[in-house]
Design a protein around this ligand. Structure first.
Ligand code: SF4
Length: 419
């Protein structure tokens, strides 16, 4: 069936026998979470999108937080941020449609500079990514010369370009420890940073960025679930506040949580994360009862089937990254991908006090500079001057105290000019 005809039917809300036949195998997977009456609205779009994918030699990458009709209906590859980044590298398609938020599409573009990368809605942002800019990272580097910067992939390409190595929630601890240093600037998620700090002896400098979805969960809410459903198994994402992680049975990334449900096969679970994730995982585990706390990510939910269809048909909205930024940002993502992840371990009490710091051996690199520093392109010119007498010493930074630091620097510079 011609893709344009299917698109016309979809926009006219036409559900007919042809569409029913074309989408019947997809609906079999979704029957448990989408009622038939609702499916008749989605099905024409699913048929048209799948036809356009063939016509354009396109693939759809969907994050775990996408709604089930996208995740199971039109996506070719699904996963968390790390999985999507890795999949983006190996695709043979000419066009990648990223069903997720803008930083994910940028990451796909960084790794596939010659492919067309589309995002169905340019406004699909992220509170975490928007909490920090490349200029903020440059100021932090001035505060901690030579200290490597590890950045969560939930950041703009501009921030990644100022970064030594990226990480995801699935590999953050491994990435931090892979550097062989005793101090790391970890950006931008404060709670993920605290979680990493609880798992490593590396000293962590934090940024006060939060995910607006995960920061809303509270320990009281989790305890209430336990009261209502005795024996429930609680899985939490490390972007949640520390008191939530304290009361969880398992702390892990989205992929870690999915694997853990498969490993433990609990009778009843609650996934303390974005709510579409529970819907998507529930389909793979029909014997497990999922209690669904509903914190929606408004940015992820900007992606809809009609927008995906528009995107594929008109090849919009193309994601572009300036070449100079892309070159530096790509390095930080490629370094992350090159780090082999160790198997994830269950963490019943993630935020427990950590033991005394262990000394991590380090060696000089090829230039004879200690590996206790950032990568060469981020090293300060003219050697290191560790610390700065002008800055107050704090381990948690935000735009406000960085602004204060920048003002302090300007005043100091002006004072020395006037002397
Ligand atoms: S769930 Fe949180 S971190 Fe993920 S895209 Fe939404 S706001 Fe950003």
């Amino acid at each position: 069936m011609n893709a344009s005809t299917l698109a016309r039917w979809a926009r006219a809300n036409e559900y007919n026998a042809t569409i029913e036949d074309l989408t019947a195998p997809v609906y079999e997977k979704l029957r448990q979470v989408i009622p038939e009456i609702e499916w008749q609205v989605h099905a024409p779009y699913v048929a048209a999108i799948n036809a356009f994918k063939k016509e354009r030699n396109a693939i759809i990458l969907a994050h775990n937080y996408q709604t089930p009709e996208i995740f199971h209906g039109v996506a070719d590859l699904t996963g968390d941020s790390l999985a999507l980044a890795q999949m983006a590298v190996s695709t043979e398609a000419d066009v990648i449609v990223l069903c997720g938020v803008h930083f994910m599409a940028e990451t796909a573009k960084l790794l596939n500079p010659r492919k067309v990368v589309l995002i169905p809605d340019l406004e699909a942002g992220c509170s975490l990514a928007e909490s920090i800019t490349g200029a903020d990272v440059r100021l932090l580097r001035q505060r901690y010369p030579g200290v490597p910067v590890v950045t969560y992939v939930n950041t703009s390409a501009d921030v990644k370009a100022e970064t030594d190595v990226c990480c995801t929630s699935a590999n953050a601890v491994e990435v931090v420890e892979s550097l062989g240093v005793d101090k790391v600037i970890f950006l931008p998620d404060e709670y993920l940073g605290r979680y990493v700090a609880s798992k490593t002896s590396v000293e962590i400098i934090l940024w006060k960025g939060h995910c607006e979805v995960h920061e809303r969960f509270t320990a009281e809410e989790i305890n209430a679930y336990r009261g209502q459903h005795p024996g429930i198994y609680v899985l939490a994402h490390p972007e949640c506040p520390p008191d939530v992680l304290d009361v969880a049975d398992f702390v892990g990334s989205t992929s870690g949580m999915i694997n853990q449900v498969g490993r433990v096969s609990p009778e009843r679970v609650v996934m303390v994360t974005e709510c579409s994730m529970s819907d998507n995982v529930a389909l793979a585990h029909p014997d497990v009862e999922f209690i669904r706390p509903c914190n929606l990510c408004p940015h992820m939910k900007r992606i809809t089937l009609p927008k995906i269809l528009d995107s594929l048909e008109s090849l919009q909205h193309r994601v572009e990254v300036p070449e100079d930024v892309a070159r530096r940002a790509r390095l930080s993502v490629e370094r992350m991908i090159a780090i082999k992840k160790k198997p994830q371990v269950s963490s019943p009490s993630a935020a427990v006090a950590r033991p005394g710091r262990k000394e991590i051996p380090h060696a000089p690199d090829e230039a004879g500079i200690s590996q206790r520093t950032c990568y060469p392109e981020h090293r300060p010119q003219g050697g290191f001057s560790r610390g700065s007498p002008h800055f107050p010493d704090s381990q948690i930074f935000s735009r406000q105290n960085l602004d204060a630091l920048a003002t302090e620097r300007r005043l100091t510079a002006r004072r020395s000019q006037n002397q």
